[in-house]
Design a protein around this ligand. Structure first.
Ligand code: PEP
Ligand code: MG
Length: 758
């Protein structure tokens, strides 16, 4: 049999080459063979990668490390991933492979061609599998050296933490997984977008085209609202168009990378496509749909009058991510119900009760125990990591125990009112964290659910509204990214700090600011590394004084009658410049290290003056405030009412912290189980405040999001999408379900629009 070359041109790719060029390469090859105008490209084959591993003698080194790895140990996963990627990057590419790549590159054009370099993973035993977490792409690559480096970096990305984790959970043998790299002419799109070749819900012959200015990343990532055109394939006419206000475009920058630029007022409202262009796009879409036999979701770009088709794949059918309950016995046969509360973190677990009255009791907790306490505190987080389930007397869906256990993936029931009194140390119980029920004894556990991450990867859905994830613990970052989230809508840094067991004041008092800054820096960096290029909103400190009290230095915290209404959020930072400055220093170092994808969000603002003052302080400390993303949480009714003044003051985004917004609007303590039944995020007053703020944000082109617990409720999210929210941020366990709700609502909106014009 003829040896597979190191390089294959698109036109040379045949169906059976899937294994050599990966899904992306094969699909581009197939589109080229249909005569669709795909950008010129070649693939560096999986065989070239294998030859590289073997000839550089690094194969065994890599697999030896991977074989011994426990992927559930996050630190080990991160460090092995780094080690293995370093191995791949530390050796040279054999000369004959380099020459093949460079020769092909020279044939791309006149030799000085700017290209996009994309990885395309493949597996020997299941070549069509989709590989989450392994999507390294380098845009705007120029010259032999940069190209070779980009190829090698794509190879290394096969061993990114997310990719390793995903394969292990999917049961793939790392030895059988390969990677091809696609080197493609970079299309400097003047316009770009996506199209559904038939109506995504009804299947009617209506092609729906969305388009915006610049590179396609803006539309695909949802960072811009695109124009929407409906083309009727029967009449051959554009039957509807909705010209959106397009704020920005993404364009190639310099010799590498891309940048976001603001559009002029005229460009913002100008239609992106002419009727003729819509018709030409629809015709290409039809070719793809006829060939594949099912409606397609197609990415396109236009330069001058030339159309390019970048990708075509079936419109994804939505799969339900629900936990399979098959095999679970009805509750009544599971055993005696001891207690009920709110199911705060899904999953079922049995174990021995350990009642914790004080953080010192946590030393008796062993792996596999069940922690039962009045309410968890940040200093209990190390113990929370060890236990199999968590039960509290107090709290609701937004309390500390609920937030942390969801991130740890540990079942939890909160607000049982009397668990610490009813349960006994050593007693064996079963906790159903979904239903909120505690059973006596160890009852049969139903078959485990498919991990959310796997479902997300198996059914990727692109939604116009970004679906992000909330993160509090850096160790949860890889799991959070594996959900396929479009970024982090809230990174709570309290947990990075509270985990240090000393208050920020202690660090200032003891001249140990540097320790604090570097801990904060590395905690945030872990999260940013898990979300390369995706937006991450880091929130400044927001810990009520009572949460600091158990820590070293906590004795200096003032005693407040009502800490929820007290010295927390931005109001505390503004009055404690040393505390604020340490945080800003960590942010500055991250920005200086090239992490431009993160924004800073101020909590609990209630007057625009607070935003203005915080920004001025950052400026004084050397932050280029005009060029970083600063926004606010809308958690106090005053900030929703005054949203326009905040916009005038220069916020770049606003995010609803409904956990607090509900408690402050309705006077319902969010952690008080006695009024938990009155805690209602859908109360008309709350909805009216939110609707008002979304409308103002939309009118002014300000990104508007939600990061409170209500953003993990599909019904609430559908309502928010209908109001025009631009992104939502959900708990790790809810991302897939929320994306489904968003997709369904968006499709309904499209359908309604299409029907109105039918
Ligand atoms: C909120 O108030 O909705 C929020 C996300 O912040 P936290 O839960 O940390 O108070
Ligand atoms: Mg809050």
């Amino acid at each position: 049999m003829k040896e597979m070359p190191n390089v294959l041109w698109l036109e040379e790719i045949k169906k059976e080459d899937l294994i050599s060029v990966g899904g992306k390469g094969a699909s581009l090859g197939e589109m080229a063979s249909l005569g669709l105008p795909v950008p010129k490209a070649f693939a560096v084959t999986a065989q070239a990668f294998r030859r590289f591993l073997i000839e550089e003698g690094i194969e065994d080194k890599i697999f030896h490390r991977l074989e011994r790895l426990d992927v559930d140990d996050n630190d080990a996963l991160e460090s092995v991933s780094r080690e293995v990627q370093d191995i791949v990057l530390s050796v040279g590419i054999p000369d004959y492979i380099r020459e093949d790549i460079i020769d092909a590159y020279a044939r791309m054009g006149d030799g000085g061609e700017v290209v996009a370099v994309r990885s395309s993973a493949t597996a020997e035993d299941l070549p069509e599998a989709s590989f989450a977490g392994q999507q390294e792409t380098f845009l705007n690559v120029l010259g032999n050296d940069d190209l070779l480096e980009a190829v090698q970096r794509c190879w290394a990305s096969l061993y990114g933490a997310r990719a390793i984790y995903y394969r292990a959970k999917q049961g793939f043998d790392d030895r059988s997984v390969n990677i091809a790299v696609i080197v493609q002419d970079l299309i400097r799109s003047e316009k770009s977008g996506v199209m559904f070749t038939s109506h995504p819900v009804t299947g009617e012959p209506l092609t729906i085209v969305e388009g915006s200015w610049g590179l396609g990343e803006a539309v695909v990532s949802g960072s811009v609202s695109p124009d929407n055109y409906v083309f009727d394939l029967r009449s051959g006419r554009v039957v509807d168009s909705l010209i959106a206000e397009k704020e920005i475009m993404i364009v190639p920058e310099g010799e590498r990378g891309v940048k976001t630029v603001k559009l002029s007022p005229e460009e913002r409202i100008a239609p992106v496509l002419s009727d003729d262009e819509v018709a030409r796009l629809a015709a290409f879409g039809k070719i793809a749909e006829d060939h594949y036999g099912v409606p397609q979701d197609v990415e396109w770009a236009i330069v001058g009058s030339e159309i390019f088709i970048l990708q075509s794949r079936p419109i994804t059918t939505i799969r339900r991510p629900d936990i399979p309950r098959a095999g679970a016995k009805p509750a009544s046969t599971l055993g005696v119900v001891l207690l009920e509360g709110q199911g705060a973190s899904p999953g079922i677990a049995s174990g021995r009760v350990v009642i914790v009255r004080d953080v010192r009791d946590t030393s008796t907790i062993k792996e596999g125990d069940i922690l039962v306490t009045r309410m968890t505190n940040p200093d209990m987080v190390p113990a929370m990591r060890r236990v199999r389930a968590i039960v509290t007397d107090e709290g609701g869906m937004t309390c500390h125990a609920a937030i942390v256990s969801r991130e740890l993936g540990t079942p939890a029931v909160v607000g049982t009112k009397k668990a610490t009194k009813t349960l006994r140390d050593g007693q064996v119980i079963t906790v159903d964290g979904e239903k909120g029920t505690i059973y006596e004894g160890a009852v049969e556990v139903p078959a485990p659910a498919a991990p959310t991450a796997v479902v997300a990867a198996a059914a990727p859905m692109i939604t116009g509204t970004l679906v992000k994830v909330n993160v509090s613990l850096p160790e949860a970052a890889v799991r959070a990214a594996a959900t396929g989230a479009d970024g982090v809508g809230l990174l709570r840094i309290e947990h990075l700090i509270l985990g240090l067991a000393k208050t920020p004041g202690w660090y200032v008092e003891h001249g140990e600011e540097e320790t604090f800054i570097s801990e904060l820096y590395s905690g945030i960096k872990t999260v940013l590394d898990a979300f390369p290029g995706k937006p991450v909103w880091v929130r400044t400190l927001d810990a009520p004084t009572d949460e600091f009290r158990g820590m070293e230095g906590g004795e200096a915290e003032p005693l407040e009658h009502n800490p929820m209404l007290g010295w927390r959020g931005i109001r505390r930072d503004l009055k404690s410049p040393e505390q604020f400055r340490m945080q800003v220093e960590a942010f500055k170092r991250l920005w200086a290290a090239g992490y431009s994808n993160f924004g800073v969000m101020f909590p609990l603002v209630n007057h625009p003056a607070e935003f203005v003052q915080a920004r001025a302080m950052m400026k004084e400390w050397g932050v280029d405030v005009e060029n970083v993303t600063l926004g606010v949480m809308v958690e106090v009714p005053s900030s929703a009412i005054l949203i326009e003044d905040f916009i005038k003051a220069g916020i770049r985004f606003a995010s609803f912290g409904t956990n607090d917004l509900v408690q402050y609007t309705l006077a319902i303590d969010r952690n008080n189980e006695h009024v938990a039944d009155m805690y209602d995020p859908e109360h008309p007053a709350v909805l009216r405040l939110i609707a008002h703020a979304i409308k103002a944000c939309r009118e002014h082109g300000i990104e508007c999001s939600i990061c409170g617990q209500a953003g993990s409720d599909p019904d609430m999210v559908a309502w928010l999408v209908g109001q025009g929210i631009t992104s939502v941020s959900a708990n790790i366990d809810a991302v897939v379900r929320i994306r489904e709700a968003v997709a369904r609502k968006e499709q309904q909106i499209l359908l309604d629009a299409a029907r109105r014009n039918a």
